[in-house]
Design a protein around this ligand. Structure first.
Ligand SMILES: Cc1ncc(COP(=O)(O)O)c(C=O)c1O
Ligand SMILES: N[C@@H](CCSC[C@H](N)C(=O)O)C(=O)O
Length: 440
């Protein structure tokens, strides 16, 4: 591929994604990290003419100078966004990273390369928004979408064929915390169809804990709205790729549709990513303790850090930690609602990965767009509660959950110890007999 210069370098016109000129300042190959990840996360070279310590925000839609310029228009490229993309490529172990306006924006860019007649194999437990986009592509885009239990390699293999164009995975899944064998499925997919693109949604882990590209995936993407930003103050999506031609095709889509991340949000995300290691370490330490606490109270807890998780070993083999999202069931929707409404520190909110702890009922919130019949078919329990654990003091978090469980009638205080009540007992009671602990 020749590299046009001058005005040609500013045109990104090829509709089929072939023979495109390189996009402005593509991220440099960065697989050879010099330092440990926690160090690399904080180390950014601003490349600024005044040696600014923080990457400057190029809040400009246009760049003067005409032909031959590296940047002409922020939809096509912006120096602050490029700085973030270079930083993220390094962190994701990717040759190239692209940043867009949301996690779903990233999923859209990736799936836009599908054509009518193409076939996608994906999981039966997926974030509700991903399920919604795939359902749209199935209904209106002429694409076959097969939802299978991706925890079972033999089931995935049976679904794959030479026609499979894309495999789209999440691991751990949201919200059932199922673990998917990235390496096993990537090999099987490439064997069934060498051109098949294996894309992994890494939102539940972040690159601090898991690197799908190192495990054989072709594309990794995630919602930067979550752990990467860490403060619930921006929306972003990141795509990481090692295959140059895929990078150019995705860049073509981003430039064509205008979903590249804005300069200020790129700057905010660069800032957030610097503290990813310390936030994640504290969040997952808290999450582990809370998972143990709930399990010891008799709840069925889903968390990949628990040895009781049926896929603990698989998760441990492909990730460096369990993250900070866990879910548990109570056996009763009404009881779950009361628990969610009784917490004080755990805010009732969608999303996860931020410094504050959150509580939600996925079937009513993040996964409400999956119709109830499909939720049932895919065994998504209506009573499931999802916790996203933050960086607060652990004792405060446990106390908050304890008082919520008691208030809601999920456990009874007997002397100093809690006794879990099963849902039938709780709902069968006429007037609850549970004691309420002192309010903090
Ligand atoms: C696993 C997962 N993937 C993708 C997304 C989409 O990210 P965003 O909200 O940034 O569009 C979300 C949440 O929204 C998610 O939980
Ligand atoms: N109303 C939103 C719900 C966003 S859910 C965000 C996040 N992925 C989560 O799992 O909590 C929508 O319809 O997309």
């Amino acid at each position: 591929m020749s590299t046009p210069s001058g005005i040609a370098a500013l045109k990104h016109l090829d509709l089929d994604g072939h023979d495109l000129p390189p996009s402005p300042a593509p991220s440099s190959p960065s697989n050879g990290r010099k330092y440990a990840l926690a160090t690399e996360l904080v180390y950014t070279d601003s490349g600024d003419q005044y040696n600014a310590s923080s990457v400057p925000i190029y809040q400009s839609a246009t760049f003067k100078g005409g032909p031959g310029q590296e940047y002409d228009y922020t939809r096509s490229g912006n120096p602050t966004r490029t700085a973030l993309e270079r930083h993220m490529a390094k962190i994701m172990n990717a040759n190239r990273a692209l940043v867009v306006s949301s996690g779903m924006g990233a999923c859209d860019v990736i799936t836009r390369i599908l054509k009518p007649g193409d076939e996608v194999v994906t999981g039966d437990d997926l974030y509700g928004g991903t399920n919604r986009l795939l359902t749209y592509l199935k209904t209106h885009g002429g694409i076959t979408v097969k939802h299978v239990d991706t925890t079972k390699l033999d089931i995935v293999k049976a679904a794959l064929s030479a026609k499979t164009t894309m495999v789209l995975l999440e691991t751990p899944t949201n919200p059932l915390i199922k673990i998917v064998d990235i390496s096993g499925i990537s090999s099987a997919a490439h064997e069934a169809s060498p051109e098949c693109i294996v894309a992994v949604d890494n939102t539940m882990m972040s690159p601090y804990l898991q690197n799908p590209l190192d495990l054989g995936a072709d594309v990794t993407y995630e919602s930067g709205t979550k752990y990467l930003s860490g403060h619930h103050d921006l929306m972003a999506g990141i795509i990481g790729i090692n295959r140059a031609e895929l990078g150019e095709r995705f860049y073509f889509m981003i430039n064509s549709t205008g979903c590249g991340l804005a300069p200020f949000d790129s700057w905010l995300l660069l800032r957030g990513v610097k503290t990813l290691a310390v936030r994640m370490e504290k969040q997952q330490t808290n999450a582990m303790a809370i998972a143990n606490f709930l399990e010891s109270r008799g709840f069925k807890v889903r968390y990949p850090g628990l040895k009781s998780h049926s896929q603990y070993a698989l998760h441990d083999s492909q990730a460096r930690g369990a993250g900070a999202v866990l879910s548990f069931e109570t056996g009763s929707v009404a009881l779950s609602e009361r628990i969610v409404e009784s917490t004080k520190l755990f805010g009732i909110s969608v999303s996860f990965g931020c410094v504050n702890s959150l509580i939600s009922m996925p079937c009513r919130m993040s996964h409400a767009s999956i119709d109830p019949a499909t939720r049932k078919e895919r065994s998504l329990p209506e009573d499931i509660i999802r916790l996203c654990v933050g960086i607060e003091d652990l004792t405060d978090l446990v106390d908050d959950l304890s008082q919520a469980l008691v208030r809601a009638g999920a456990v009874r205080l007997t002397g100093d110890s809690f006794v879990a009540l099963d849902a039938e007992d709780v709902e069968g009671q006429t007037g609850r007999t549970t004691q309420v602990v002192d309010e903090p």
